[in-house]
Design a protein around this ligand. Structure first.
Ligand code: NAD
Length: 497
């Protein structure tokens, strides 16, 4: 259907559905190139006003926004749950975690980003040196569907707190969540500092090309590569938060009950649709059998779908086929299904699958499965576990279970990932001060924490000359005397290794 509107150039609309039963939810515009351009233009104007508010003014508005969301959280919870199919309890936790980050970003923007004096050094005693952090202007945020509030808000909260305006292109599966939060923004601020452009990949492409000053992308590694290529056209900076294939290492001295709890939570929670979900377990041989039995015991208690669901259906319909392909490949290559198997994969609902002894070159070990499955492979040593954990193209999160603090920290240091948890999974997600992001195919740049605030800022250095230099070196008419002194000073200053 072709529509026009006063506000946005709208080519078509599309209707979202509840993944639990296919019920249509709501229609949203697919905002086209002209519509995105108009939104971004408004954002540029709003950005100047927002930057001019200063840290204290922005903190007040962000606090009011947070409170407005919190007061009506049940509405947001219902929207998230309906669009993704996840249980309301999971959606409530998502809202709680996200508001913690919004709070942290709002409160820490000033101490992290305000102009501060830095030491100029002995030779530059006549310079007053300082560094401050300025907003980019307009940040285009492109988000996924699996945590439709928590994930994009990791960029939105920090970008706003740093003084940028934001145009948010949510996943086509979860536009209602985005529209809901933008509605709450409009209740506390009458300027279009946060706007939403609903639509598909084409709308995302239009946003990247619309003259935004930075792009914050969260989604698959394959799409990130396309976004990065588009950003290269205009040299637009990008932060890319992509997929993962997180490994969890279990040492022979670990608390196996705790490890099994966390394996099942990390692998099966949210139907495995978590970028930092546990997809691979490497367990030391002496405890492999016991750990596997405990994981299976817990997996059996999971209720997939239904009234009292532990987790819901796959949000993205085609994801069940990916799970099926990975399981089939693992079994063909010689892996064992110790719980569930190919029959666990329904049209939309996937019941838990625990695989063991899966060859390291199979899809279930190398590629993101994004379903309620986990591979448990036995290793002879922690060294072997680390080697295998590091062997994928991804590097988002990783976990280690051991009672030995030194071993835990030493193993964490050897894991090539953006975050490591010791004796838990996802333990970092609520800690405002911890930056989040990946290495290798999992992306680059950081959201959350002081690094997340700086990610959405450009440092500006100022060197103010306070008096004439004793040595007049910044002149085309340097004296022989000054150059003679430099020659004498050089080995004194730098000659001692
Ligand atoms: P996706 O890559 O299919 O889509 C992500 C977003 O990009 C969507 O909004 C989509 O419309 C948009 N898009 C598609 N093509 C585009 C283009 N050419 N230009 C601009 N935008 C475009 O990912 P998804 O299926 O929505 O999300 C699942 C993926 O996200 C998984 O790989 C998961 O691991 C990852 N993820 C990562 C994090 C993280 O923080 N690292 C968090 C959540 C999800």
């Amino acid at each position: 259907m072709t529509l026009t509107s006063d506000d946005q150039s709208v080519a078509t609309t599309y209707t979202t559905v509840d993944p639990r039963d296919g019920t249509p939810i709501e229609s949203y515009p697919v905002v086209d190139v002209a519509g995105v351009a108009a939104i971004v233009e408004r954002a540029h104007e709003a950005a100047a006003w927002w930057a001019g508010l200063g840290f204290a003014g922005r903190r007040r508005v962000l606090g009011a926004w947070k409170a407005a969301i919190a007061r009506d959280a049940q509405g947001l919870v219902a929207t998230i749950s309906r669009e993704t199919g996840k249980p309301e309890g999971d959606a409530l936790l998502e809202v709680m975690l996200t508001l913690g980050h919004l709070d942290w970003a709002a409160k820490h923007a000033e101490p992290v980003l305000r102009r501060r004096r830095v030491k100029a050094g002995l030779m530059n005693y006549n310079q007053h040196a300082s560094v401050g952090y300025e907003p980019y202007g307009v940040v285009g945020v492109i988000g996924p569907w699996n945590y439709p509030f928590y994930t994009p808000m990791g960029s939105i909260s920090y970008a706003l707190a740093a003084g940028n305006a934001v145009v948010f292109k949510p996943s086509e599966l979860t536009p209602g969540t985005a529209v809901w939060i933008a509605g709450k923004w409009a209740e506390v601020c009458d300027r279009p500092v946060l706007q939403v452009a609903t639509g598909d990949g084409g709308t995302g492409r239009a946003l990247v090309a619309a003259g935004v000053d930075k792009v914050a992308f969260t989604g698959s590694t394959a799409t990130a590569k396309r976004v990065m290529a588009a950003c290269a056209e205009t040299l637009t900076p990008l932060v890319a938060e992509c997929g993962g294939k997180d490994a969890l290492i279990v040492a022979r001295d670990a608390d196996l009950d705790a490890a099994a709890d966390f394996v099942v939570f990390g692998a099966m929670g949210n139907a495995g649709q978590t970028c930092v979900g546990v997809e691979r377990v490497y367990v030391e041989q002496p405890v492999a059998e016991a750990l596997t039995a405990k994981v299976v015991e817990r997996a059996k208690r999971i209720q997939a779908g239904g009234e009292s669901a532990t987790y819901g259906p796959m949000t993205l319909p085609s994801q069940a086929q990916v799970v099926s392909r990975h399981v089939a490949d693992a079994l063909e290559k010689g892996g064992t299904a110790v719980y569930g198997g190919l029959d666990s994969v329904g049209d939309r609902l996937v019941t838990p699958i625990v695989l063991a002894d899966v060859p390291e070159d199979s899809d279930a070990v190398c590629h993101e499965t994004f379903g309620p499955t986990v591979v448990i492979n036995t290793v002879a040593s922690i060294d072997e576990a680390v080697e295998r954990a590091n062997a994928t193209d991804y590097g988002l999160g990783a976990s280690v279970f051991t009672r030995d603090t030194h071993l835990g920290e030493a193993t964490a240091a050897r894991l090539r990932s953006g975050v490591v948890t010791i004796n838990s999974v996802l333990g970092f997600a609520a800690v405002g001060a911890l930056p989040f992001g990946g290495v290798k195919g999992s992306g680059f740049g950081r959201i959350h924490g002081a690094d997340g605030l700086r990610e959405f800022s450009t440092p500006k250095s100022i060197a103010r000359q306070t008096r004439k230099a004793a040595l007049n070196l910044l002149s085309l008419e340097r004296s022989d005397r000054d150059m003679h002194l430099v020659a004498k000073l050089l080995p004194i200053l730098h000659g001692k290794g």
